[in-house]
Write a protein that binds this ligand. Structure first.
Ligand SMILES: C[C@@H](O)[C@H](N)C(=O)O
Ligand SMILES: C[C@@H](O)[C@H](N)C(=O)O
Lengths: 156, 156
């Protein structure tokens, strides 16, 4: 069928941090992630969507063992940039499909989202590159997500 | 210096589409991207951040030559899911750094964002995977972004 998805993976050991309503102007992301880098915090997914009324939300995931330290640091950074709020959500899992040239196959993303949607799994965050589509979902949906996405791409 | 960034790339031939305020419930992303797939539209980056008050915004990029057709289709889909609005922005470029195991190097993201921020380049969207960090910026910032990020990672 020409799909190039070679692997499906689930990471249930992450936590997500969201910095709500930071000013959408140059230098903000730099300040945030330079500071996290200095604290040696490994950041996995970073997601920022387009801003509305000049404010943006920035979310990122870290290993759950770093969640507490990361939240503490990010709250302080959030104050400096006058973010509205900084929250941490440990109740997540990240389901990903990995493949070559996936983004040149229209419909691959749709198939992944369909596999999740038909099991009533809510997609909380989406981040992509040519070789990987990752969705953040509720932790308790992790096993079901792995099963349905694996069935869609690997077993068919 | 141990950085694993092997390439910097600029794509100035993309347009971004944002579907504002879709219900954050299972099946919505599936419906949107399955339909786009059926129309053979190649989607590159997809970004969705966490929702607020049960609504989420979904943005994605396509080749600028597909922008008009994509906007038309997405507007119709947007009506079906009762999105608040669907907009297309052709005034973008996507700057990316590519490398191996980047996400295990705290600070790589910060360095990229710093390279952009110090040139007063505003980051409109962020999407990442272990091997790629992509930022959507204004098209007119493209050349400057390539120069500064290249200087940060390839020339140093
Ligand atoms: C929101 C944040 O990404 C900001 N636009 C920046 O460039 O740093
Ligand atoms: C917003 C959209 O991603 C929705 N949460 C879904 O699962 O389809």
């Amino acid at each position: 069928e020409g799909t190039d998805v070679s692997a499906v993976s689930l990471d249930a050991k992450q936590a997500k941090i969201t910095v709500f309503r930071v000013p959408d102007k140059p230098g903000i992301s730099s300040m945030l992630f330079t500071a996290l880098g200095k604290e040696n915090i490994n950041v996995d997914v970073i997601v920022q969507n387009v801003s509305k009324d000049n404010f943006a939300d920035i979310s990122f995931t870290v290993n759950i063992t770093d969640a507490e330290k990361t939240l503490k640091i990010t709250k302080e950074l959030g104050k400096e940039v006058m973010a509205e709020n900084v929250v941490c959500d440990r109740d997540i899992a990240k389901i990903s499909i990995i493949g070559i040239g996936m983004m040149n196959h229209p419909g691959v993303a749709g198939r992944m989202f369909h596999a999740l949607g038909k099991e009533r799994i809510n997609i909380e965050m989406i981040s992509t590159s040519e070789i990987k589509i990752s969705c953040v979902i509720k932790k308790s949906d992790g096993a079901k997500a792995l099963k349905t996405v694996h069935a869609e791409f690997i077993e068919s």
